[in-house]
Design a protein around this ligand. Structure first.
Ligand code: GLN
Length: 310
């Protein structure tokens, strides 16, 4: 903490953004959800929220974008609170070593997804929320609004509809879970909630604030409210560290060294425990579906401030 206070955060973020600019070439914006393909590839942003109350940002950090799988972090939190230990009978805690939407692994592991961050695992956590709430989509939205302190956060209905219209792969996953007895609610209800949570539009500033409790032992810095127990918070961070970047998680641990969660909208949220939460955005993705320049910016960031959990 004391060390963090000595850092000129704004200068660090400005130089990290410069580094990101140099890595805008190789990635590709996700095209399998047509509404995402329209997002300009040149967007670039970073924002940091610190447990000591400081904030800094650079680039397009106030522009909302589709958070996609970053949402899985927050629906995991909700499912852990709803089901506690029983959740872990339905979803595992191991890195998948496979693409985020793998069907084949789900078949040979009999409908129990490897972890809550691959699509199949997120369908299970969303299923818990759908089963236990009269208005699950609103419950999910409210959680994002409360954690970020921004009541104007909305679903991007165009993105949600676009993903639904092209969502055959996710429908296959959800039907497969249902056939294996691992979905409680109707498949269509789970998919509807899932596509909406992925469509939620937030800025890097919103995301850094929403995830700050993960850096602060489960307590919301802004309100002082406990969001999760210390144990649950540690466990969520452990899952991010081992499963948050899909099949690239080893390389990310090697180069960046902090728990993080990515989404195909090009956002990534990262946690420096005890100090700060950082969010980056650059829509062009690498072959694993992680933001290309986003990973490079996080690498530059943790290396510049000299942080790693390892
Ligand atoms: N909505 C996307 C999907 O289900 C989320 C995937 C991601 O961000 N990795 O394909």
């Amino acid at each position: 903490m004391a060390e963090t206070l000595d850092i000129d955060l704004q200068a660090v973020l400005d130089s990290v953004l410069e580094r990101g600019l140099k890595h805008m070439g190789p990635g590709k914006v996700a095209a399998y959800i047509p509404a995402l393909a329209r997002v300009p590839a040149e967007k670039l942003a970073i924002a940091v929220s610190c447990v000591d109350g400081r904030e800094a940002f650079a680039g397009d950090a106030e522009e909302p974008f589709s958070i996609q799988s970053v949402s899985k972090l927050f629906t995991l939190l909700m499912a852990m609170k709803l089901r506690d230990r029983a959740l872990w009978k339905r979803v595992g805690r191991e890195p998948s070593g496979n693409p985020f939407n793998s069907l084949v692994q789900l078949e040979y592991e009999k409908g129990v997804p490897r972890n809550p961050f691959i699509n199949a695992g997120a369908h299970v956590t969303t299923d818990c929320i759908v089963t236990d709430n009269d208005d699950p989509k609103q419950a999910i939205l409210e959680q994002f609004r409360a954690l970020s302190g921004n009541d104007s956060i909305q679903f991007d209905l165009e993105v949600a509809a676009s993903e639904r219209d092209h969502g055959h792969w996710n429908a296959a996953i959800a039907n497969f879970l249902k056939a294996n007895g691992n979905l409680e609610s109707p498949v269509d209800d789970v998919l509807d909630a899932y596509f909406h949570q992925c469509s939620i539009a937030m800025s890097c500033r919103d995301l850094a604030r929403a995830g700050l409790f993960l850096s602060n032992r489960g307590v919301d810095v802004r309100t002082g409210k406990r969001i999760a127990t210390e144990r649950k918070t540690r466990r969520i961070n452990a899952l991010m560290a081992t499963c948050g970047l899909y099949d690239a998680v080893g390389s990310f641990a090697f180069h960046v060294g902090i728990p993080a969660k990515s989404g195909v909208g090009g956002g990534i949220i990262g946690v420096v425990p005890g100090e700060m939460t950082v969010a980056v955005w650059s829509p062009a993705l690498d072959a694993n579906g992680n933001s290309y320049a986003g990973v490079k910016m996080l690498e530059a960031f943790t290396n510049t401030i000299g942080r790693s959990i390892y």
